[in-house]
Design a binder for this molecule. Structure first.
Ligand code: UT7
Length: 351
């Protein structure tokens, strides 16, 4: 039975790019370190007051235009973000309202950087069980709110004043994390494919024993109240990340899940045209590529221009490949991602 396929994609990033050298003004880091260890050259940040549903609305309009549909044809939204506008409700409903489709169900999923294989699996289930016909999948994240610096004017180049030494030290304490992330949104319009085309299968995993590999320690409901000034002073609104451990887990688990998924569906790596991987670090994807002996041209990268946009990376990369005319109808695509939770997985789709 044919599963869902992509009928339109779009992406949006806010503001102007912020270079690695700009980050070196607010913390002890360097363009060389960031490029060599991650492959990142620049990223974007939302403006104060701008939220993920704003970014998502821009990306969704582009995706609907690409699919040649009116947003009113969407009958289900699956919205993935780890940086919603509010603790509750989720941002999916805000997006529906902005697109002029209130009352359309919006499911908010919390798989962080690993969102896309999960979102595709859910959307496929909704369509094949006749619960929906046209599903809008969105991944959007706005990390600016947890960045460790206050000197946004220095970062943007509006001011060339020196930052306070304490602020510089604070940035440096969190530099391993802070240099990685950038803001953005991606949207994909999904419908049932024709004939044999469409979603083939997904394999996804969650292991809560590793929740502390990357998480935000405070602002949760074990505490009364759920946020206190002391938490902020302890800088617990900024994620804690065990970078090296995550790196190794990502390489091992992503290689394993892709191998198992392809085996299960009788697909060889030669059959696959594109391995669209989450963009957390070029070195992670290169290691997976080497482990699976994949040719570099099948594992595209755009992390240099966007950084890690969490739930948006896979969709932004897919949109770029489609718009460049590289990813075409009939191509076999393997999507793969790992993120906080830990969550990880892969999905296979014949476009
Ligand atoms: O989206 C999913 C979640 N995130 C990930 O998947 C991230 C996975 N992990 C990684 O990408 C890498 O572990 C990082 C990029 C975070 C770090 O790279 P690394 O090669 O594992 O470096 P490290 O943490 O082992 O640090 C090496 C050195 C340290 O200095 P010493 O102790 O060797 O003197 C760090 O203090 O690099 C230093 N360092 C930095 N230097 C300049 C760490 N961050 C920075 C920085 N700028 N931003």
């Amino acid at each position: 039975m044919a599963g869902i396929t992509i009928i339109g994609t779009g992406h949006y990033v806010p503001g102007k790019p912020v270079s690695n050298s700009a980050l070196a003004k607010v913390m002890d880091t360097s363009d060389e370190w960031i490029r060599q260890r991650t492959g990142i050259e620049q990223r974007y940040y939302v403006a104060e007051g701008e939220g993920v549903s704003d970014l998502a609305a821009e990306a969704s309009r582009l995706a609907c235009a690409d699919a040649n549909i009116d947003p009113k044809e969407i009958d289900y939204i699956v919205f993935a973000t780890m940086t919603p506008e509010f603790v509750f409700p989720g941002s999916g409903g805000l997006l529906g309202a902005k697109l002029g489709i209130p009352r359309v169900p919006a499911l908010d999923i919390r798989q962080q950087c690993a969102a896309m294989p999960f979102a595709l699996q859910v959307a496929n289930g909704l369509v094949l069980s006749d619960q929906a016909k046209t599903v809008l999948i969105v991944g959007a994240d706005a990390h600016a709110g947890f960045m460790p610096w206050e000197d946004w004017d220095v970062l943007s180049g509006e001011s060339d004043r020196a930052v306070r030494p304490e602020a510089f030290e604070k940035g440096t304490r969190h530099r391993g994390l802070a240099v990685l992330f950038g803001d953005g949104a991606a949207a994909m319009v999904m419908r049932k494919g024709e004939g044999e085309k469409g979603f083939i299968g997904a394999q996804v995993h969650t292991d809560g024993r590793m929740y502390d590999r990357i998480f935000i320690p405070s602002g949760g409901f074990r505490s009364r109240p759920y946020f206190t000034p002391e938490m902020f002073e302890r800088e617990e609104h900024i994620p804690r990340m065990q970078g090296r451990d995550l790196f190794k887990t990502a390489v091992t688990e992503l290689s394993r899940v892709v191998t198992q998924l392809c085996e299960k569906h009788g697909v060889t790596f030669e059959d696959v045209d594109w391995f669209v991987a989450h963009q957390a670090n070029d070195r992670i994807n290169n290691a997976v590529r080497q482990q699976l002996k994949l040719p570099p041209e099948k594992v595209p990268s755009n992390i240099a221009r966007f950084g890690n946009t969490s739930a948006a990376t896979v969709g932004i990369l897919t949109d770029e490949l489609r718009r460049d005319g590289k990813m075409k109808e009939g191509d076999l695509v393997c999507f793969l991602a790992l993120g906080s939770g830990l969550n990880w997985g892969a999905a296979l789709m014949q476009l």
